[in-house]
Design a protein around this ligand. Structure first.
Ligand code: ATP
Ligand code: MG
Length: 326
């Protein structure tokens, strides 16, 4: 079953959240609040998943009048995230892979930039996946992503990913034909097989210490149109616009069907999809930060324990430093 919606959902694609409920909490309570907040967007059971049950727009009750409260809340989330990432890095055992998928102009780049701001760059790697090169096509479809998996203690971010194989490649089947695959491998069940391969891949990563969570930034067709027009009207945003984006827009319904199928078939207990309402960018960023906080909190991270001898040694060094004459 899809997740229950926020209390303010009015059933027509709008839901609201009381932002003041994030304020005046201690750090532990903030984390608990963020967890509850993000859960409404997590898909726990794919079997009944319907995209239409998920909002593209959501807002904070006070948020739109009081922008600073919204940015304060995001800042709070970022601070919690920075602290948790520090422990993840110090512990050096687990890694976290965040996958971002969306239609063009849904705000992937901005979300990654804002939510990960402040994170120690040594502990975080972003990889973007465009149409595959010839060399990449000479390998299986997971190969190019495997090369970019986060090392232990790191957060890896995939801006697009192996999921393109069940999205753009499924929308345009001629791409599949150009993939150098043997004819007999392109069976009627190829998509089912790809879902299975992806589920197994993520399970394998899990068993090896990499937690994978996936975000679908759910933007509406109307909002995409608005953002495309902005990109054309604003000279500083022209570089972001490409005619290819408009071509893909024509396949909107097919993309939505395939996103639905993808989420249905690849959301698992350990590697869930989050369907984030993306028409309101600041709301989306808080929801994403909350989901990451949720995941890191469940990972039960702790700084490496220092032995008694080591502490004694540190104290000795400390004494020496204090006694040192300049
Ligand atoms: P921007 O926000 O700047 O538009 P972007 O992620 O859309 O960023 P682009 O260079 O515009 O980057 O687009 C990358 C394109 O590559 C997308 O259209 C995507 O569908 C396509 N792509 C990614 N992976 C594959 C794949 N495996 N096969 C075919 N096309 C792919
Ligand atoms: Mg693009």
């Amino acid at each position: 079953m899809g997740k229950s919606k926020s209390s303010g959902n009015n059933g027509n694609g709008n839901s609201s959240e009381n932002i003041s409920s994030f304020q005046n909490l201690n750090k532990r309570e903030q984390i608990e609040r963020a967890k509850v907040f993000s859960e409404q967007y997590r898909v726990d059971d794919g079997s009944n998943f319907r995209l239409k049950n998920y909002d593209t727009y959501a807002h904070f009750d006070l948020g739109d009048e009081d922008k600073s409260l919204v940015s304060d809340t995001l800042q709070m989330g970022i601070e919690a995230l920075v602290k948790m990432q520090d422990v993840l890095y110090a512990q050096g055992k687990w890694s976290l892979l965040l996958v971002f998928q969306a239609m063009d102009a849904a705000g992937k780049d901005g979300a990654i930039k804002h939510v990960m701001s402040g994170i120690n760059p040594q502990g975080c790697q972003v990889s973007s996946f465009k149409a595959p090169s010839n060399e990449e096509l000479d390998h299986d479809f997971l190969w190019r992503c495997q090369k970019h998996l986060p090392e232990r203690g790191r957060i890896g971010i995939f801006n697009r990913s192996y999921y393109e194989e069940v999205l753009v490649v499924r929308v345009h089947e001629q791409i599949l034909r150009s993939q150098k695959l043997a004819e007999e491998l392109i069976t009627d069940s190829i998509w089912k097989e790809r879902f299975e391969d992806i589920r197994n891949f993520e399970k394998y990563l899990n068993r090896n210490g990499t937690i994978v969570i996936k975000f679908f930034l759910n933007v509406s067709k109307e909002e995409q149109k608005k953002r495309f027009i902005e990109r054309i009207d604003d000279a500083d945003k022209n570089w972001k616009f490409s005619a290819a984006d408009i071509r893909e827009r024509e396949y909107w319904d097919s993309y939505m069907d395939n996103y639905e199928e993808m989420i249905k078939n690849t959301t698992t207990e350990n590697s869930p999809w989050y369907v984030i309402p993306a028409d309101n960018k600041s709301y989306a960023r808080i929801a994403i930060a909350s989901a990451i906080i949720h995941t890191l909190d469940e990972m039960d991270l702790e700084y490496p324990k220092v032995s008694e001898e080591k502490i004694a040694e540190l104290n000795q060094i400390r004494e020496k430093l204090i006694e040192e004459e300049n």
